[in-house]
Design a protein around this ligand. Structure first.
Ligand code: ADP
Ligand code: MG
Length: 449
């Protein structure tokens, strides 16, 4: 009986939070008993129990009640062997433990997410320009501004940048930033505590409202309803609204039509997947930030370019890779070279493998330098062949996961030390010789297509 109810409640909870939150905290929870007004859950550790209670206790209580269970309290028990030992009983969360409504009802703004730290490139220039415009705080002709795009492309960063800029230039404005989950959370707690009037009036007193990841509202009818009214009230009062989502409003299923069309009536801009230039720009900027924490750490030429080529998923992954690289290099006290990078990030690199083959590289390089493939691979040491050969070896090392001996074999059975020498030579040259750097750039691009 308990498990049946819990299965339903879990589904409801799932719709109201991020996939990660759900997977990490709610999915593993087991409802053991529903006894009187106490629901007892089994959790592997006391920490997990506390965490779940603090962060999701209200939602769980609310959903249990909605499912017809008169539950007043949650209990989290840690089993020891076969015998269940209850951990300290945790009462339903105190209202005072939650931030009160009012100016601090939103979530905090990350001061690092500014326009200065946002790298602009082709894929995000429109979104950036629109965000800048809104951040001026004046009368804006598009309302709402709707930013959408895949995960890790900078939507949240831009929203925080707007908030940071407004806080600096227009401290008179009341700016509220909420994730859609927080919006829902406030909404359900206001319902539970019979504070809907406060909730409504406080939402409607803001000058700028931002709601991040609105796709999480899909399917949540009562929350959408409330959101819609807030939305309309603010737009009528000519207050700015900024929304983000993982897809265009028109493509949001389980979102009411009138909300969908409302979301489209301002400016809808998308953040495109990153391109090479943008990734390199982001890496250079983030490397500078990292370098401030690791002043003795040196990055060898070519490493950032290598990462920009090889990690193409999103900026968050790129950033994570860099953080890891710096930490690892400082731990082993070594310079950040291509080799170290490949060692340290092999899992990330593998996941992003673009599968360029040695043969493709050889073919492109010989075309580029207008020499025969047989001369590129063959034994002649003429400079007209040797340099392109080194370029090709370098590209094989950086764009494939082949080992040095393996690459050597494919270049006319050369020794791995020859390959290593070639790779190093091109690494050095690419920093000083712009012709080589340009060649590498062109070739990489051609190979990426
Ligand atoms: P989203 O909200 O679109 O999923 P985020 O705004 O959370 O993405 O971005 C993920 C990470 O990548 C953040 O740390 C952010 O600072 C960084 N990031 C994304 N785009 C850029 C950019 N153009 N310049 C600098 N950092 C960026
Ligand atoms: Mg985000």
């Amino acid at each position: 009986m308990a498990s049946h109810v819990w299965g339903q409640v879990q589904q409801e909870l799932k719709d109201g939070m991020s996939g990660n939150s759900f997977k990490s905290w709610i999915a593993p929870l087991e409802l053991k008993t529903l006894d009187g007004q106490v629901a007892t859950f089994e959790v592997p550790t006391g920490f997990i129990g506390n965490y779940v209670n603090q962060n999701f206790g209200d939602q769980i209580l609310y959903q249990l009640n909605k499912a017809g269970q008169d539950v007043q309290r949650l209990k989290f028990a840690v089993p020891t062997g076969k015998r269940s030992v209850a951990s300290d009983t945790v009462a339903a969360p105190q209202k005072s433990a939650k931030p009160s409504m009012g100016s601090d009802m939103g979530s905090s703004i990350d001061p690092r997410y500014t326009f200065d730290s946002f790298v602009v490139g082709k894929p995000n220039e429109l979104a950036h320009a629109a965000a800048r415009r809104v951040a001026e705080g004046g009368e804006v002709s598009f309302n709402p501004l709707f930013l959408y795009g895949g995960v890790g492309l900078g939507k949240t960063h831009l929203m925080h940048a707007i908030a940071n800029e407004l806080a600096r230039a227009r401290p008179d404005l009341n700016v509220l930033y909420l994730s859609a989950e927080q919006f829902m959370y406030r909404f359900i707690t206001a319902l539970r505590d019979r504070k809907m009037m406060d909730f409504k009036s406080q939402l409607r007193s803001v000058d700028v409202l931002m709601v991040d990841d609105v796709q999480f509202m899909a399917g949540k009818d009562s929350t959408q309803e409330e959101f819609f009214h807030t939305f309309n009230a603010l737009i009528e009062a000519r207050k700015q609204i900024i929304l983000s989502g993982d897809r265009a409003p028109g493509e949001m299923k389980d979102m009411e039509d009138r909300i969908r069309s409302r979301m489209q009536c301002g400016l809808v801009v998308d953040l495109h997947p990153t391109d090479y230039e943008l990734r390199l720009g982001v890496l250079q900027s983030k490397a500078e930030i990292q370098a401030a924490s690791y002043p003795n750490q040196v990055i060898a030429p070519g490493v950032l370019e290598f990462l920009a080529h090889r990690i193409t998923t999103n900026v968050r992954v790129l950033e994570g890779a860099l953080v890891r690289l710096f930490a690892f290099a400082s731990l082993v006290d070594r310079e950040i070279t291509l080799e170290l990078t490949q060692d340290c990030l092999s899992d990330v690199l593998k996941a992003n493998d673009r599968k360029v083959t040695v043969e493709e590289i050889q073919r492109k390089v010989s075309e580029h330098y207008n020499i025969r493939l047989s001369d590129l691979i063959g034994p002649k040491r003429l400079r007209a062949y040797a340099r392109p050969r080194q370029v090709a070896m370098y590209l094989c090392k950086t764009m494939t996961s082949r080992s040095l001996p393996d690459i050597g074999r494919r270049f006319g059975k050369r020794d791995h030390t020859t390959v290593m020498h070639g790779v190093r030579r091109i690494e050095e040259l690419s920093a000083t010789d712009s012709q080589i750097a340009d060649d590498l750039e062109l070739l990489r691009r051609a190979l990426e297509e």
